[in-house]
Design a protein around this ligand. Structure first.
Ligand code: TEU
Ligand code: CA
Length: 546
């Protein structure tokens, strides 16, 4: 039962989706209010970012109780209602589950750190050592410091790949694994359809008695990922999912080498169903002063490689262009400037919905949202930005660099509230929004786009309908065609149905030779008759039925 191969997934970053009670924070009641909108968009699965309560240092990725819902989001009853109401509309709910670490405020860690004799001590990763000498030189993400922090009461160091508030769990401990399996059962029996498994790649640790090899220093995730027991842990996780037939596991494959990806998602492996792989995203992590979008040749190479590697093993790709950890897809891959914004939004949505694989739409991408523009450091909410700022100290140049990076590619840029209306608070809240809501151009809200036949929203709907009705677009073969340097072109085919997708990835018109010839029908994102000219307009997307 691989229903998820045909599904369209939509990521709801709950905090910024829809506030229902005026406290400025999106909540589950707000998601329920927008279910009709999501159903009309053709969404089959909603992935909800973590709902656990916690200190929110890393906004939900630092939980203190995996069997509860944060009060700002709602209650377990609201989750139940959401599951039921979604189901009535044919939508499944997928929860984000953080299995790799907890908050330091989690009762497990509170007990663990208090004494070596606590039964929970071994649920985390500890090493002995003098207080001034970390066990090895591993570094933590979202800071420039050590991945180890000394704990006075136990006179030992705990490991944290992310912030000091997110201690790594010890999956080698069978009681911990059992507890996490029970967490999964708890949610699955409430009717959720599966999980997005946060940094699932890090569960099994590399040997702790070595330093970071030089080749991993700039990308330690590749070293922390894929530890020796990872596949064994995943098979146990799969067995729990199999107690609830038809449920799905989408793992975050941070640090996984593409060549290893099939070992996680090939169906015969019985591990994960889907995996986020970051080779395309990685093209946009560049450390340059001014962000530059990657060349089309690089984009094509990344897309082609992941598809070839997975399809070679009968595994299924996961297609995504954005999420809550990166800048908006339009800013990274398209052109967010006014004259090109709507067209490039439509082009990127076309790619998402016509490539081979299960697409994941990040909230707001269907209306062409762009990065929130931040002015001062105080406007940022992301701990990664604050830690970088603190790290820069009083060094003016270093501070400017932190600020400039945070503005261009920082995680907050893509975490702005969904623009439901053109109103100053975007129809998101009646209160004070938890994160800046930027004034935006007219036309880039759901309400305005509902009424505009040529809007990105209406185009997204049209394409998701087309995809739903088309076996070729959902599950057909994928073949790349050579076209000019500005054009990305591929075909999807199944039985007698064949589509050619032609994307002009540029600000200039592009001659597409005879790619438009012999078409039975064609659909253009620029609302024109594509047969009328062999050239494509800037950022035009054309679907040709062959
Ligand atoms: O993210 C893991 C992670 O660090 C990467 O996705 C990274 O952010 C990306 O490659 C850009 O550098 C997960 C969650 O998605 C994220 O929100 C959490 O902050 C993180 O774990 C730590 O909890
Ligand atoms: Ca709220």
């Amino acid at each position: 039962m691989s229903w998820w191969r045909d599904a369209v997934i939509y990521q709801v970053y709950t905090r910024s989706f829809q506030d229902s009670n005026g406290d400025g924070i999106g909540d589950l009641e707000g998601v329920i209010q927008r279910l009709d909108y999501l159903a009309a968009l053709g969404v089959d699965v909603i992935w909800l970012s973590p709902l656990h309560p916690g200190p929110n240092i890393d906004l939900g990725y630092d939980g203190t109780d995996y069997l509860q819902v944060a009060p700002e989001f709602g209650t377990l009853d609201v989750v139940d209602r959401l599951v039921t109401e979604a189901k009535r509309r044919g939508i499944r709910i997928m929860m984000d589950l953080v299995l790799d670490y907890t908050s330091t405020a989690h009762p497990w860690f509170v007990q663990a750190r208090s004494s070596r004799t606590s039964p929970f001590y071994d649920w985390y990763i500890w090493r002995d050592g003098a207080p001034d000498q970390p066990p090895n030189d591993w570094t933590a993400f979202f800071s420039s410091g050590s991945a180890w922090t000394f704990n006075q009461p136990t006179r030992s160091w705990y490991l944290h790949y992310f912030t000091v508030d997110q201690p790594e769990l010890n999956w080698a401990n069978p009681h911990l694994r059992q507890a996490m399996h029970d967490v999964m059962r708890f949610w699955l029996s409430r009717g959720v359809a599966g999980f997005r498994l946060d940094v699932i790649s890090f569960l099994s640790k590399p040997p702790l008695d070595q330093n970071l090899p030089d080749e991993f220093r700039s990308a330690p995730g590749r070293f922390y990922a894929n530890g020796p027991e990872l596949h064994a842990y995943l098979r146990e996780i799969r067995a729990v999912l199999d107690e609830f037939p038809g449920t799905v596991a989408l793992g975050e494959g941070f640090g996984i080498d593409l060549a290893d990806a099939p070992h996680f998602v090939a169906p015969q492996r019985r591990e994960l169903d889907l995996m986020f792989l970051f080779n395309l995203s990685a093209l946009t992590f560049a450390e340059t002063a001014e962000y530059r979008r990657p060349d089309l040749a690089q984009i094509r190479e990344a897309l082609e490689r992941v598809d070839t590697i997975l399809s070679g093993k009968n595994a299924w790709p996961t297609v995504f262009l954005g999420n809550h950890d990166v800048a908006r897809m339009l800013n990274r891959f398209g052109n967010p400037e006014a004259p090109y914004r709507a067209a490039s939004a439509k082009l990127l949505i076309t790619l998402l919905l016509t490539l081979r694989g299960t697409p994941v739409i990040y909230q707001g991408d269907e209306i062409g949202m762009v990065n929130t523009r931040f002015d001062t450091i105080g406007e940022f909410r992301d701990i990664a930005v604050w830690n970088a700022w603190t790290g820069a100290g009083s060094d003016e140049a270093a501070r400017n660099k932190v600020l400039s990076r945070a503005r261009q590619v920082g995680r907050d840029t893509g975490r702005g509230a969904v623009r439901w209306t053109g109103d100053t608070r975007a129809g998101f809240t009646t209160g004070t929004p938890w994160i800046k809501v930027d004034p935006d151009l007219p036309g880039f809200s759901v309400a305005e786009q509902e009424d505009d036949d040529e809007s990105p929203l209406r185009w997204t709907r049209r394409l998701s309908e087309l995809r739903r009705a088309s076996p070729a677009l959902r599950s057909g073969s994928l073949d790349w065609l050579e076209a000019g340097p500005q054009i990305l072109c591929f075909e999807r085919g199944r039985d007698a149905e064949r589509w050619r997708i032609i994307l002009n990835w540029s600000d200039e018109p592009a001659d597409c030779g005879n790619l438009l010839a012999n078409s039975r029908a064609a659909l253009s994102s620029l609302a024109r008759e594509p047969g009328s000219s062999p050239a494509l307009g800037p950022w035009e997307a054309v679907l040709v039925r062959l």
